[in-house]
Write a protein that binds this ligand. Sequence first.
Ligand code: SF4
Length: 507
Amino acid sequence: MDYRPALRKDIELKKKDDGVLAIGDPLLGRAIDAGPVTRALVERLDGTRTLESLLDEVARERSAERSTVEHTFRNLVLMNVVEGAGTKVLEKARSLQETDRKTRPVFLEETRFQCQGSGQCCQIYDLGPLDEEDVKRLNGLGIEKVYPELGPGPYVDERETKGQKELFLKSSADGGRCMFLLPDGRCGIHAAFGSEAKPAMCRLFPWTHMTTIEGLVIFDRAQCSTFATSARAGPTLESELPAVFKILPRRIALYHPIVILDAKTRCDYGHVLELRRALLEIAGRVEGTAGTTLRSLGATGRAFTSALATCPLSPGEPDATIASVLARREPPASSAPTRDELLAIATVAGAFGAIPPNSPLTRQGTEVFRMIEALARHRADPGRTTCPEWILRVAAMPIDDPEIDQVLRLSFRKYFFGDNLLIEDDKLVPALLRLGLVYLVTLMGAKLRATAERADRVRPNDLSFPHMIGLVALRKESYQKILVEHEKHAWDTLSAAPSLVELAAPV
Ligand code: SF4
């Protein structure tokens, strides 16, 4: 076909002070630095050359492999820089520009919350970032008059996250207990000065938010230590929206990163939102156990990343490829794990189990990861490795309550809906690996709890605490680095995790 690709009309090419060419996308609010091959391509994307002659010309000029130039062009298509690529995404972005974001709340309809008073939320979660108004308000309260032991401040710490300096409430060194948390579990700010005096994130809890091209996304991170109960009781998020809107900041920047799919492939976040839609739908289906669902999620994630990495270079792409891959129902991987899959789990769990714990939370996480490693190694090579008898006993604890599958599917849906879909704001595959590990830690931790309490089977509430440990620990920066290093084990982990923990009988 005589395809003559051109740059999208509203894309702006700007030479920076250091000579690097930036590809500015005013609609999606970002600029991408162009490497030499990318630059040679975009500077020729004027619609006059056929694709073949464009690729040949750039390969010749840059002395680059033809396949490298081809894949670089594919990345431009996947990032919606080429005219006609990502039409659906761009339409959504344009429509968002024209509306008040607060009139477009997007939330999971089943979302609800009822505090069970565990008191964990002010002890282990990220206590920030705070905005300037929060800090000003805290400083003006006269805290030292009511709590002389806390002194005159400052009550916040500066930390660097994602390369930016942000402010967090001060916390204890051993596990992040907020300095204002009273010994009886109440908030000291709320108790002395009323609810309105608290930082906005505390008043909003458990809700948090981000703006995507789909609207103002309001979600909770499912990190409550009583998740199995609190996330299935109480008022719906929908009924809480008027109160939530009063606390939200006036301006919320658009979240729309470039996503890394593999070492060579980048794509626009809008395409990942299409994957998210498919994953949410799969996670909501009741078919088999939650483990069956997990395997289907893994199979779909894998099909999506590999389809985009080899996406045809023709008009209408990548939209056509995405629509086709997500319309297919990927059969879940076989339920019988292979030795390699089990060893992949053992490797990843071993890496987490080797991290020296620095808080009560990570201590418990480490213990569960070590159990998972021992069990996975043993199941991979039953004749050659041994596993402590007590771990085999824990692993044999039956999980057969259908309510447990409901809780896990709710967890999967919340995982994809919120900001867990990417790690470090740009990596998809390690985030899918993390889902598999959260599942493993949740079920293995629940078995441990049920065993310790001499129950005869795992109960839904046994899931809550280890579920929190998995989600909170695996969002920590040092843990995320390990997820990125081990992303090649994502598909094996998602495929084999269910058979490792759903089986009741020890081998
Ligand atoms: S300020 Fe109060 S509500 Fe916020 S984290 Fe500290 S104790 Fe919890």
